[in-house]
Design a protein around this ligand. Structure first.
Ligand code: ADP
Ligand code: MG
Length: 397
């Protein structure tokens, strides 16, 4: 990796200002329903504390639209972190200002302060330089470990780096770059990617970028119906993007030019309606009945994709194969998750990018069986598109 990390710097006695992604889900009572994001930041947090640093944490939470919003305070997060670390975590009343400055200047080695929600200030998302400078003044070293927001040039991710001497990556970002970066730049081959999800329009740039990298692309999700329709096949009432038919044909052409095998399903699961009680049927991809909606890949396709996965050394997956939120359309997605778990077991590198895909793997109970599950939905997608993530580009080389 070309970026400096926490391992490259001296921390003892220093005020370490760390951007984390503590944007956790909260229920009505403001209880954290999933603390995965806090747990994932622990390696960097512990490294700072164990090396005698003074840790100042900052994050956003929800969408307060630039105004202080009591329901979106980071106080419950500070409490949960305190329980995980088994030491007190001081909750600041704001993220900038004289009171906060006095608090951080009074810190001792090994102490932790959680700043209040960055997005209580509109200047955060506007990447306002004065706000960025105020944040920067709180610390002596800046660490970015918020992969989930690295694709946004905000004051706490990009602007701030202009006002600090030392700006390094935390261990979570380092891990993301290690796996995603290796897959894109030096994959062990065969390297295949599986792409699904709802719309082809959201994945065009990913498809285009992956054509230059992979040996095969396995397609699922709703975008298959746009490929089908483009080839003149009947698609019933499936989700088709009519203005992307040409694009679908171009993509198929491009795959040929680049010698990438582009695999489409040969059978699909269809139903009259997308509901839990729907009557699901398996049909050939060439025989989708009128009025039916395609909502998953069929069993023949699942087996074919499984063989591809087991023959690969690197497997990258983004986007569910079907409407996995409903049981009878979840089998295709689960089959991919299972095959990837099997591949991990035989030594392949398996990587999941995308929020819904990660949720699907968790629902299948296979999260522990993948080499890497990216923590950033939008950020991992932009990375796969080959874009520079501003929050990472801004760190010290
Ligand atoms: P990710 O978050 O992993 O990048 P996406 O957001 O692109 O994934 O897509 C996830 C959504 O795609 C899911 O909510 C799923 O229901 C939907 N989806 C998958 N297959 C179909 C289909 N055949 N028709 C409609 N929606 C689908
Ligand atoms: Mg999604």
């Amino acid at each position: 990796m070309q970026k400096k990390t926490l391992s490259d710097i001296a921390i003892q006695g220093k005020r370490v200002l760390m951007r984390v992604d503590f944007n956790v889900p909260l229920d009505e009572e403001k209880t954290i329903t999933d603390d995965k994001r806090i747990v994932e930041a622990l390696p960097s947090i512990k490294a700072v504390l164990e090396n005698g640093g003074r840790l100042i944490l900052m994050s956003h939470l929800g969408r307060p639209k630039g105004k202080p919003t009591p329901g979106l305070s980071l106080a419950p997060v500070a409490a949960r972190l305190s329980r995980l670390l088994e030491i007190p975590v001081i909750m600041a009343s704001d993220c900038i200002g004289t009171e906060v400055m006095q608090q951080v200047l009074a810190m001792q080695d090994g102490e932790v302060i959680m700043l209040e929600n960055l997005r209580f200030h509109p200047e955060e998302e506007a990447n306002d330089p004065h706000f960025a400078r105020e944040l920067a003044s709180l610390g002596e070293i800046y660490v970015n470990d918020a992969f989930g927001t690295a694709h946004r040039a905000h004051a706490s991710t990009e602007g701030i780096t202009h006002y600090v001497q030392t700006a390094v990556a935390g261990y979570l970002i380092e891990k993301e770059l290690r796996y995603l970066g290796k897959a894109l730049h030096h994959p062990e081959r065969p390297f295949i990617a599986i792409l699904g999800g709802s719309k082809i329009s959201g994945k065009i740039d990913v498809l285009e970028n992956l054509f230059n990298k992979v040996d095969a692309l396995l397609i699922g999700g709703a975008m298959i119906f746009t490929f089908f329709r483009a080839q003149g096949m009947a698609t019933g009432k499936s989700l088709v993007e009519d203005n992307k038919l040409e694009l679908a044909l171009n993509l198929m052409e491009k795959a040929k030019e680049k010698n990438v095998r582009l695999l489409l399903p040969t059978d699909v699961v269809v139903a009259q309606e997308i509901t839990a009680g729907a009557n699901c049927q398996k049909v050939s991809a060439e025989a989708i009945p009128e009025g039916m909606i395609g909502a998953d890949i069929g069993p023949e396709t699942r087996e074919r994709y499984r063989q591809e996965i087991l023959n690969a050394q690197t497997v990258l997956w983004n986007g569910p194969m079907g409407i996995f939120e409903i049981d009878c359309f979840a089998e295709g997605t689960f089959a991919i998750a299972k095959a990837m778990a099997e591949a991990t077991g035989s030594g392949a590198t398996t990587i999941i990018g995308g929020g819904d895909s990660a949720a699907a793997v968790a629902k299948a109970g296979l999260s522990g069986e993948m080499t890497h599950i990216s923590t950033g939905g939008g950020a991992s997608l932009e990375f796969l598109e080959g874009k520079k993530l501003p929050g990472i580009a801004a760190l010290n080389d």
